[in-house]
Design a protein. Structure first.
Length: 320
């Protein structure tokens, strides 16, 4: 069965009506498709064998998380069905009509930070019954990197990345839940100035909430095409997030390291796209993250830490 035949079979099986239009939702990929039928608008996600494959158990876990969020009035897509045809696992979701914003306003950033705080408060200690097997925490990333280094032992990028990752220390016993892990701009949908969708939960896993926040700060505070860091955005996000879910002392002490880790983890992820898919743009971004963004964070470290934990910064200033 080719993909079109699978879509037709699924529409017939689930009484979705005759297909009127099919468009890809990802650049250079037919893995996620917008499907318009005479009865509605849907998103079909195909999980084929390979690095982005998700088992039936993992997809059921995603559905559990989305159901919890939906029940708590979060703007997440409804899952209509989970299917399996031949070697493909397929999810049919509700299509949310909205657009991502690469440059949200200050008020919109505040709105997102408030929603993120509510999201983390809702999923605190929430663990799905079905197992989420893919993890992106520090320990797992270091283990994966070690495996890749053994395959490419003379690669200078991987050697430098390992050196930087080995410097990172993040506590394991921090407040945890089933996080999103990838709430960058492209996974937050807007209708004018209102958030109408949080999408793409396929990197979700149970971990300290700080890993989610670290990736958010990486995605929302770097700007001007990933050449500058904005402390005003950092302040805005932490202020509005903390009104809903105040950070613990341990979380504040670990947040800067978690931001660093977020940059390094994505650097590794993009470099893997280069190694195995020969994607030159991915290589450029991986190198930029490691060789430019990490040193930039280090230059901004004192100010960033003073924003994260102003009371400690003031105490140090008084002691001096």
């Amino acid at each position: 069965m080719n993909q079109l035949e699978k879509i037709n079979a699924l529409c017939s099986r689930n009484n979705l009506g005759q297909i009127k239009k099919i468009n890809p939702l990802e650049k250079n990929s037919d893995r996620t498709l917008f499907v318009l039928t005479e009865k509605g608008r849907y998103v079909f996600s195909f999980y084929e064998p390979g690095p982005r494959f998700r088992s039936g158990s993992e997809l059921k876990a995603q559905a559990e998380l989305l159901e919890k969020l939906k029940n708590n009035k979060f703007p997440v897509p409804r899952i209509f069905t989970l299917e399996s045809i031949e070697k493909s696992n397929i999810v049919i979701r509700e299509f949310i009509n909205g657009r991502a914003k690469n440059a949200p306003s200050k008020a919109e950033v505040s709105q997102f930070a408030t929603l993120l705080g509510r999201f983390h408060k809702t999923i605190l200690n929430f663990k799905t019954k079905n197992k989420l097997q893919h993890h992106w925490d520090l320990k797992t990333t270091q283990k994966h990197l070690k495996e890749v280094v053994s395959e490419f032992p003379n690669d200078p990028f991987l050697k430098k990345l390992k050196t930087e990752l080995d410097k990172i220390k993040i506590q394991n016993d921090l407040p945890s839940g089933t996080i999103h892990e990838d709430l960058g701009h492209r996974h937050v949908l807007w209708d004018k100035n209102k958030i109408v969708g949080l999408i793409d939960f396929e990197r979700s896993y149970y971990a300290p909430l700080l890993y989610d926040l670290g990736q958010v700060l990486r995605g929302w505070c770097f700007h001007t095409n990933w050449t500058a860091w904005c402390n005003k955005k950092l302040t805005n996000i932490l202020t509005h997030y903390s009104k809903i879910r105040p950070l613990t002392t341990d979380e504040k002490n670990n947040l800067y390291a978690t931001i660093q880790f977020a940059v390094l983890e994505r650097s590794f992820s993009f470099y893997l796209k280069f190694l195995f898919d020969k994607n030159q743009d991915a290589k450029k971004f991986a190198l930029h993250s490691l060789n430019y963004l990490i040193p930039l964070l280090e230059k901004k470290k004192e100010k960033i830490q003073s924003i994260i934990n102003p009371s400690v910064h003031e105490q140090r200033g008084n002691a001096a």
